[in-house]
Structure formats: C-alpha cells, structure tokens
Design a protein around this ligand. Structure first.
Ligand SMILES: CC(C)(COP(=O)(O)OP(=O)(O)OC[C@H]1O[C@@H](n2cnc3c(N)ncnc32)[C@H](O)[C@@H]1OP(=O)(O)O)[C@@H](O)C(=O)NCCC(=O)NCCS
Length: 136
C-alpha cells in the first residue's frame, strides 16, 4: 500500500467508494469538482491510499494555522480492516504536524465513534451545525 496526494483521475472511483459507504449525501461538497477545489486549496490536505495501483481510500483535512480538522475518511469496503484507514490517518498527521498543527479534530458519524476512539480521538462537548446558504 502507498499513500500519495490526490489526483483528478482518482475522483470518479472515490465517488463510487463514497456512495457505497453512504458518504455521498452532499455531491456539491463531496463530488469530483469539490475534490479538485480541495486539492488546489493551500490549507487543505487530500491524500489517497493505493493498493496494486488501485485507489482504495481517501482522506481530507484542513489546517488554518491554528486548528486542524479532518473532514472525510473513507475506505473501500473490501479493503476495510486492513490498515488502510490507519495509514491515511498516519499520513495526514505527518502532513498536519509539518504545517504546525498540534492536534486535529474530526467530524464523525455516530456509527464510526468507536473507530475514532480506537484511533486515539477523545469526545469533546461540541456539536457540528450546518447552514446551507440560499442560492443568490
Ligand atoms: C471507518 C473506516 C474509515 C476505517 O478504516 P479501515 O481501513 O477499515 O480501518 P483500519 O483497518 O485502519 O483499522 C484501524 C483499527 O481500527 C479498528 N477498526 C476498524 N473499523 C472499526 C470500526 N468500525 N469500529 C471500531 N474499530 C474499528 C481496526 O480493527 C484496527 O484496530 P487494530 O489497530 O487494533 O487492528 C472505514 O471502515 C470506512 O471507510 N467506513 C465507512 C465510512 C466511515 O464510517 N468513515 C468515517 C466517517 S467519519
């Protein structure tokens, strides 16, 4: 397995992974165009995991100079529980540390809480709230 930067050609397959994992609720935020915008953003980190030349996982995070936040982690179902998620998390931590981050938060679903706890994250008393902007 190797972890490398996201490339445009990864997008379609990543969308398939997101769909089967039930993580494609907001295509304007998770789709190929959004993936490209994230990759072009200097504050963002977008990495993929590759096994035998096939992309099997994706992580993205952002560091604004003070706080880091992991927005998305996904692993193709038939490659889950093989260390792919852990490898992506380790790689993103290396990159975030390089930029100056001293830790990272993550947005999680209830179903994945035990995974994040297993990976060393602690629950904090905070909620994620969302406001979608009205079209102009
Ligand atoms: C959650 C997810 C990212 C984990 O990735 P993964 O590659 O399967 O996880 P890893 O193989 O790296 O597992 C690392 C450790 O966590 C454990 N683990 C994996 N999935 C777990 C789960 N759902 N609950 C609790 N522990 C879990 C593994 O057993 C392993 O423990 P070990 O180090 O003692 O062996 C992946 O299953 C996934 O994409 N799920 C669907 C989407 C999702 O829930 N993403 C996170 C949303 S915020």
């Amino acid at each position: 397995m190797r972890v490398r930067d996201y490339r445009r050609s990864d997008a379609e397959h990543l969308v398939e992974i997101l769909k089967v994992n039930g993580q494609y609720e907001y295509p304007h935020v998770e789709g190929p165009d959004a993936m490209d915008r994230v990759a072009a953003c200097g504050a963002a980190v977008a990495l993929v995991a590759e096994v035998d030349g096939q992309v099997v996982g994706y992580i993205r995070a952002v560091y604004d100079g003070a706080r880091a936040l992991i927005h998305l982690l996904t692993v193709q179902p038939d490659y889950q529980r093989k260390g792919v998620g852990a490898a992506l998390l380790a790689a993103v931590e290396v990159e975030l540390r390089k930029r100056g981050a001293t830790g990272t938060a993550v947005t999680v679903t209830e179903a994945s809480l035990s995974y994040w706890e297993r990976m060393g994250f602690k629950r904090v008393p905070a909620f994620l709230m969302l406001k979608e902007f009205d079209p102009e």
